[in-house]
Write a protein that binds this ligand. Structure first.
Ligand code: PMP
Length: 424
């Protein structure tokens, strides 16, 4: 009996329960767990655990300057922004933080979204359409993949970091896309609004730092390929922003390429200790996204407190470089120890690209869950990342180090990791 026949007598509730149980039998069911607290130490299941599961890399979510900024903004503006950004939700505090962020990223303009997911979605669905080509690194974040698919452009992936394959993809596409350039009618000839016809576009999309592995894209190569094929380069700096580069602005800065990527998308939800996606680009690009991006037009602008914490986080990142420098030293030390223990970690091209993300590859969903439990027994909260969030067979515990860990925490963590067995 096939699966559809088995399910045909079941109502929706029963079908869904069956599906959840099926996922569970493969150790793939997701469960909510309640965590008390959000700093270095959190409480979970009546245990005090060292927190290795959050992306608050610089421990800014509990920084007094950010908390004070949130409180003051709430006192001044209230708790909600009240409307979409394009109606009355773009307050002076949003404008200030966008200007500050644009300067931080060496960009002409910045646009603030409620989340990084929403920002990624708006960028690709505003700029790409059927007939266009989007080439994505295969390990790009899910939000970029969803956005690319939602744009209805032709979406192709290239193997992780393999820019030679990206070359091939683009050259093959150039060979077949010989459709004549559409003629753009003069605007005055149109009576009712219709979008203007335009030539097809090509996009190259990648994470700067890949969220599950912590490795870095080679942005110089991507820029060169984008130039060669007249493509627009879009880079997601979610995990580099705040921790890489001399001024902490991200991987672009660490690779001496500040201001040279067409579109950079950052999020405040990681090292900035807050929430909010920020697109930085030329003004004509942010203006276009503001006009076409459904996840900015049809949603309410971020609360004033949230905008204020983003501004405050940039202040701290710029005024306290030691925070990220110490974190980088901690990560380099941790990496050396893990390699000595036999863990396979992604290639690190330069110490300047070290990130706090460490994938301990266990190889199966159950092995990843068991390893996370074993770390929990030793006093650490770490997250088991399983298929489909990561490729099949690379199920892992994803460790995120944070700036407020002590050397003793790291020593104890290494001892606990010694009891785990890497995937063969
Ligand atoms: N891009 C990347 C690379 C991410 O890792 C994430 C979050 N996991 C996002 C975008 C989405 O960011 P946000 O959580 O702000 O929606």
């Amino acid at each position: 009996m096939d699966n559809t026949t088995t399910q045909s007598n079941l109502n929706l509730r029963e079908q869904l329960q069956l599906e959840l149980d099926h996922r569970d039998s493969f150790a793939m069911k997701r469960q909510l767990r309640t965590i008390h607290g959000s700093g270095r130490i959190v409480q979970h299941q009546n245990q005090s655990l060292i927190n290795l599961a959050s992306n608050d890399y610089l421990a800014l979510a509990n920084h007094p300057h950010l908390k004070e900024a949130a409180i003051n903004a709430t006192l001044k503006y209230g708790t909600g922004s009240g409307a979409s950004k394009i109606v009355t939700g773009h307050l002076d505090i949003h404008q200030q933080v966008e200007s500050k962020f644009a300067a931080f990223k060496h960009a002409q303009s910045a646009l603030l979204f409620p989340t990084g997911y929403a920002a990624n979605f708006a960028v690709l669905t505003s700029l790409a359409a059927p007939g266009d080509l989007i080439c994505l690194d295969k390990l790009s974040h899910n939000s970029l993949i969803d956005a690319a698919n939602a744009s209805n452009a032709t979406v192709r992936t290239f193997p992780h970091l393999q820019t030679d394959k990206l070359h091939k993809l683009l050259s093959r596409h150039m060979g077949i896309s010989s459709s004549p350039e559409p003629k753009m009618p003069p605007i005055a000839q149109q009576t009712a609004y219709k979008p203007l016809q335009r030539p097809s576009r090509r996009f190259i999309v990648a994470d700067a730092i890949f969220s599950m592995d912590g490795d870095a894209a080679n942005l110089n190569e991507l820029i060169a390929i984008a130039e060669q094929y007249d493509a627009t380069l879009i880079v997601d700096e979610a995990h580099g922003t705040g921790i890489l580069g001399r001024n902490g602005s991200g991987l672009c800065e660490a690779q001496n390429l500040s201001g040279q990527i067409d579109i950079v998308i950052s999020t405040a939800s990681k090292a900035l200790g807050s929430l909010g996606g920020i697109v930085t680009a030329d003004r004509v690009i942010t203006d276009t996204i503001l006009n076409l991006g459904k996840t900015i037009i049809y949603t309410t602008s971020v609360p004033p407190a949230q905008a204020a914490t983003i501004g405050a986080a940039i202040d701290i990142i710029q005024s306290e470089p030691k925070r990220r420098q110490d974190l980088q030293q901690m990560c380099l030390h941790f990496r050396t120890k893990l390699l000595k223990m036999g863990w396979q970690l992604p290639l690190l091209r330069s110490d300047l690209e070290i990130t706090p993300i460490f994938p301990l590859i266990l190889g199966s969903p159950q092995a990843a869950l068991d390893a996370a439990q074993s770390l929990q027994n030793a006093g650490f909260l770490a997250f088991a990342s399983r298929y489909p969030a990561v490729p099949r067979g690379t199920d892992r515990v994803r460790i995120s180090l944070r700036a407020d860990l002590t050397p003793e925490d790291i020593d104890r963590l290494l001892l606990a990791i010694k009891t785990l067995t890497p995937a063969q």
